[in-house]
Design a protein around this ligand. Structure first.
Ligand SMILES: NC(=O)c1ccc[n+]([C@@H]2O[C@H](COP(=O)([O-])OP(=O)(O)OC[C@H]3O[C@@H](n4cnc5c(N)ncnc54)[C@H](OP(=O)(O)O)[C@@H]3O)[C@@H](O)[C@H]2O)c1
Length: 307
């Protein structure tokens, strides 16, 4: 079969279209003929070998075929596969099972796949898994994200809350806008000039052009600021949060923050710590190591509650 292979980190020039062996499904796997695969920002990070991408392979890529999101048709199944049959149209996320979407075939554990809704094309379905799940996890505070504690106890966004999405016009952002709207939030989308009309068309109530305006200077405050692209200034963003507001950021070490009106709780994915900062003095008051405490942490306005 044909696949796009890379054996070293670098620019797109290191990608090679090659003939490789067609995979054989293991007992719990399905062999999928890939009809569509989507490109995510994370694929570029893995191609270039950013610090987070190198956890899997310090000097060279661990997985030779990139790509996490697929939609396709099942060609064969291992003998322990229960849910799927040859001919089924499926979609799924391969990021937990070795990647490999940019190929004609991929062998996938059945639990990484779901039946594709008949109303969706393969291209539409392939665009959903990673970006959609990241947006949903962060807005609902569920799943494996280390910053999910920030929203866990009080539940997901409440109807009527004001939510700002920074980087709203990209892969994760477009899902975040639509999900926040479906939870009943009033949504402000921030992105570049050419994406503002599209953001309105998918439901954004207000739009801000980041090339013209800094949302932290408008005087507006929000219940949730979700910085999908990790480009906002943290110290300025705090001023734009309401009391007990939540600040979430992807694509940077500082992956999540909660401002309770007195203290700032922030999670650092690099050091795996949750810290409590007195913003007036800049002193770190408390540190909780290991962010794997995935649920049960919240703030009552003055302190951190660990259930
Ligand atoms: N997509 C996924 O499946 C996925 C999964 C896990 C984690 N992530 C992480 O999430 C982050 C975002 O991913 P993505 O797929 O949404 O990226 P994306 O599709 O590239 O979207 C980023 C958006 O942010 C805009 N932007 C750039 N600079 C900005 C700024 N200063 N202020 C406001 N908006 C700005 C970009 O617009 P312009 O380019 O026009 O300026 C673009 O529309 C990445 O760090 C990625 O690793 C993504």
């Amino acid at each position: 079969m044909k696949a796009i292979v890379y054996t070293e980190y670098g620019s797109p020039d290191v990608l090679q279209l090659k003939e490789v062996e067609k995979p054989t499904p293991k007992e719990d796997e399905a062999l999928v003929r890939v009809h569509a695969a989507s490109l995510n920002a994370a694929d570029f990070e893995m191609l270039r070998g950013t610090w987070s991408a190198r956890f899997g392979g310090l000097l060279k890529p661990r997985h030779k075929i990139l790509g996490s999101d697929i939609a396709g048709r099942i060609e064969a199944v291992g003998r322990n596969v229960k849910q799927f049959h040859p001919g089924d149209e499926v979609f799924g996320d391969l990021s937990e099972c070795g990647f490999g979407a940019f190929a004609e075939y991929v062998s996938v554990p059945e639990n990484a796949l779901r039946l594709k809704p008949a109303s969706m094309t393969f291209e539409e379905a392939a665009a959903v898994p990673s970006a959609g799940v990241v947006a949903l996890q962060n807005l609902r505070g569920v799943g494996s994200s280390s910053l999910s504690f920030l929203l866990s106890d009080k539940g997901h966004i409440q109807s009527g809350q004001k939510v700002l999405i920074n980087g709203a016009g990209g892969g994760v952002g477009t899902f975040a806008v639509q999900l926040a709207k479906s939870f009943g939030a009033e949504v402000t989308g921030v992105d570049s000039t050419g994406k503002l009309a599209m953001l309105r068309s998918i439901g954004a109530d207000q739009v801000i052009d980041y090339t013209q305006e800094d949302f932290t200077k408008s005087g507006e405050t929000y219940d949730v600021i979700f910085d999908v692209v990790g480009k906002s200034s943290f110290s300025r963003s705090v001023r734009s949060l309401k009391h007990n507001g939540r600040y979430l950021a992807l694509g940077s070490h500082l992956c999540g923050m909660a401002w309770d009106g007195h203290h700032l709780w922030y999670a650092d994915a690099g050091t795996d710590r949750l810290s409590c900062l007195d913003v007036h003095t800049g002193t770190i008051l408390q540190e909780v190591v290991r962010l794997e405490v995935r649920t049960g942490l919240t703030s009552d306005g003055t302190s951190l509650i660990v259930k």
